[in-house]
Design a protein around this ligand. Structure first.
Ligand SMILES: *Cc1c(COP(=O)(O)O)cnc(C)c1O
Length: 380
């Protein structure tokens, strides 16, 4: 069979209509244990639902297919996936390189928890492969990137950074939460493992928390699977079902998110109360060339630096009516937030501190004219 298109995989990979009932969608298998035909006689590989659950297995197969990978593993959150991946790849004494504007929760876990087990890190800008190379040490085992980054939307050249990591004998991890596999597929560009907070665009409806890891590396997958079962941060079957339901419409949603974001970017760039618009699609944005090369479109996330500093940024967040003031991103509804006081508060005083005039917009799939009018009145 020829390789299928993205949406065909997103809608079908991992599940054929149930031979017994014809169910077109995967059922929510709310069963913690599975009957065996004699000791060790598992039907279809299931024994206990922490180890494996049929609904979760469909999500995992689907995630692998849409990320152009072989092995997918589901987790109860993006942070649970992060935690499992760090433990699968690092040992006391090892070092990793992280972005200088990593997701606040990723930074907090590495800085506050893994440091207690003798793991050290250096920070480097993902836009600069030479700076990432310079941050590598003899004991570096991982180069961890997000692209685009959260919240500054800096773009790293995945292929170039894979070369940098591999030249040092390290693995490249790409947190693909912001771009999604519809816009970029890091494994095809040389990354060793892709991480998702499926809470965001993949789930897409702000109704479920989850995470996933996808890799082509059999040994790495086996180490991840050991921790998935051994530490047990698995998604329940209802969560796996909701995430699958979201993934089926990922392509149409991402196109609409990108359409709306592009219109809003044009508006914001011309607005006198906005000093800077951060969007990977803008010529001159850090990493724009890499984004144009590796991304299908530029996505639904926009950050802006508001003229008038922190208070003006907080006022902007307070005054929107359709854009809801809330953390998280990637849902169908538009959200606005102040990273310095909200999602990235844990980076205060660190090398990853974000500017206090920064506002992050997660542009939803409402009507673009309504979103423009809302931002217009909030900045007035
Ligand atoms: C939200 C997020 C995470 C953490 O995922 P949770 O599902 O909230 O645990 C990790 N990376 C990025 C880029 C995120 O936006």
């Amino acid at each position: 069979m020829t390789d299928q298109g993205f949406s065909t995989k997103a809608i079908h990979a991992g599940w054929d209509p149930d031979p017994q009932t014809g169910a077109v969608n995967v059922p929510i298998f709310a069963s913690s244990t599975f009957a065996q035909d004699g000791v060790g006689g598992m039907r279809d590989g299931f024994e206990y639902a922490r180890t494996g659950n049929p609904t979760r297995r469909v999500l995992e197969a689907n995630m692998a297919a849409i990320e152009a990978g072989v092995y997918g593993r589901g987790f109860s959150s993006g942070m649970a996936a992060t935690d499992a991946l760090l433990r699968a790849t690092l040992r006391p004494g090892d070092h990793l390189v992280i972005p200088n504007d990593a997701y606040g929760g990723t930074f907090r876990l590495i800085d506050k928890v893994f440091s207690q087990w003798g793991i050290t890190y250096s920070v480097a800008p993902v836009v600069d492969p030479e700076a990432v190379a310079a941050a590598i040490k003899p004991n570096t085992k991982l180069v961890w990137i997000e692209t685009p980054t959260n919240p500054l939307l800096n773009v790293g050249d995945i292929a170039a950074l894979a070369d940098v990591a591999h030249a040092a004998g390290a693995k490249l991890v790409v947190d693909n939460t912001f771009a999604t596999p519809y816009l970029q597929q890091p494994l095809t560009l040389g990354a060793d493992v892709v991480l998702h907070s499926t809470t965001k665009y993949l789930g897409g409806h702000s109704d479920v928390v989850g995470g996933a890891l996808v890799t082509n590396d059999e040994q790495l997958d086996s180490d991840i699977a050991f921790l998935q079962n051994g530490a047990g941060a698995v998604p329940g079957p209802f969560d796996a079902y909701l995430t699958m339901r979201g993934i089926k419409t990922l392509a149409v949603r991402m196109d609409r998110h990108s359409d709306n974001a592009e219109k809003l970017v044009d508006f914001l760039v011309a607005h006198p109360k906005i000093n800077t618009v951060l969007y990977p699609g803008l010529a001159g944005h850090p990493g724009h060339e890499a984004a144009a090369k590796q991304m299908k479109r530029f996505g639904g996330m926009i950050s802006v630096r508001v003229a008038g500093g922190k208070q003006a940024a907080l006022d902007f967040c307070a005054k929107t009516k359709i854009f809801t003031l809330a953390e998280s991103l990637g849902g169908i509804e538009s959200l606005i937030e102040h990273p310095g006081a909200m999602t990235h508060a844990s980076t205060a005083g660190s090398l990853l501190e974000v500017p206090d005039d920064l506002v992050r917009l997660s542009v939803g799939i409402e009507d673009a004219d309504d979103l423009l009018a809302d931002v217009d009145q909030a900045l007035a």
